[in-house]
Design a protein around this ligand. Structure first.
Ligand SMILES: NC(=O)c1ccc[n+]([C@@H]2O[C@H](COP(=O)([O-])OP(=O)(O)OC[C@H]3O[C@@H](n4cnc5c(N)ncnc54)[C@H](OP(=O)(O)O)[C@@H]3O)[C@@H](O)[C@H]2O)c1
Length: 260
């Protein structure tokens, strides 16, 4: 049996991927930190897709021992797709972090995803499609969101390098850069504060997941989701980096979020 492995399956975007993959008739191996949430998600999906093969395993991707336990379980299967959705978008001034929170955010966003790539490549079916969910934030140096933007930037860079390294090997890598997504209440509140821009640029989890799957199918290596986010990305290249950092600092110092 061949599976699609989805990390962060219990989150808003992860669920959208699970639903779309089941709709496409794929078997899914889903993971998140909470066994209870995974069990409930499986039950919910089985109501809509009674014939689906849904396997779950709870794993903290920020903990290598927890990853080893999952690898021991998942090692029984072959994978035709890996969708690395898990991430932690903690946003606050750097000096308000403690060591534990710093390590968690860096590991959840980067180390966990890289480790999953290595595992799935060594347990790949004939072909493997990897989709890494990064963020448009990874394209900028972002004061007050510095850990997140740096970790997502690293994930983007790693994904593009890996795509080239594995060219022609049967493993395709696509890194996806969404802007804001209509998800948790704290993210919705942030989108609301963006006014007209929020209305134009923010997308639903289903839209982002659909576009990500389409981009991967088309063999794209990087996909910025949404025309407004693409336009801002290219326009921002005309702005000197120092000025850009100053503008970001003013805007992002006004908000904080930590749902983890
Ligand atoms: N929301 C946005 O506006 C936005 C924009 C751009 C990019 N993104 C990226 O999109 C992805 C999904 O975001 P979302 O809004 O759907 O987030 P979410 O609803 O908060 O879900 C996050 C998911 O990641 C999992 N997770 C977090 N830390 C983990 C860890 N250490 N080990 C294993 N799983 C962990 C969570 O599992 P639990 O259920 O156990 O908590 C949950 O399934 C993230 O990578 C995020 O950075 C989001």
């Amino acid at each position: 049996m061949v599976y699609t492995l989805i990390t962060g399956a219990t989150g808003y975007l992860g669920k959208a991927f699970v639903e779309l993959c089941l709709r496409r008739g794929e078997n899914v191996y889903i993971t998140g930190r909470s066994e209870d949430k995974l069990r409930k998600l499986r039950a919910q999906m089985l109501q809509a897709y009674p014939a689906a093969d849904i396997v779950y395993f709870a794993c903290d991707l920020a903990d290598e021992r927890s990853r080893e336990a999952m690898f021991a379980d998942a090692g029984r299967y072959k994978f035709s797709a890996l969708i690395n959705v898990a991430g932690a978008d903690i946003q606050k001034p750097f000096c308000r972090y403690n060591q534990q929170k710093l390590i968690f955010q860096m590991r959840a966003n980067f180390e966990g995803a890289v480790s999953m790539c290595a595992f799935c490549i060594s347990h790949a079916a004939e072909h493997l499609k990897i989709i890494n969910i990064s963020s448009i934030c990874g394209q900028y140096d972002m004061p007050y969101f510095a850990i997140y933007s740096a970790a997502k930037g690293a994930l983007t860079s790693f994904s593009l390098a890996l795509a080239e390294e594995l060219r022609g090997s049967g493993v395709d890598v696509c890194v996806v850069l969404p802007g804001a997504i209509h998800t948790r209440p704290d993210v919705e509140e942030y989108i609301r504060t963006q006014g007209l821009w929020g209305k134009i640029a923010a997308k639903t989890p289903r839209f982002v997941a659909l576009k990500a799957l389409e981009a991967s199918e088309r063999g794209k290596r990087m996909a910025i989701i949404g025309a407004a986010n693409r336009a801002l990305y290219y326009l921002s290249k005309l702005v000197p980096a120092r000025l850009m950092r100053k503008m970001i600092a003013i805007k992002w110092s006004r908000t904080q979020k930590d749902a983890f």
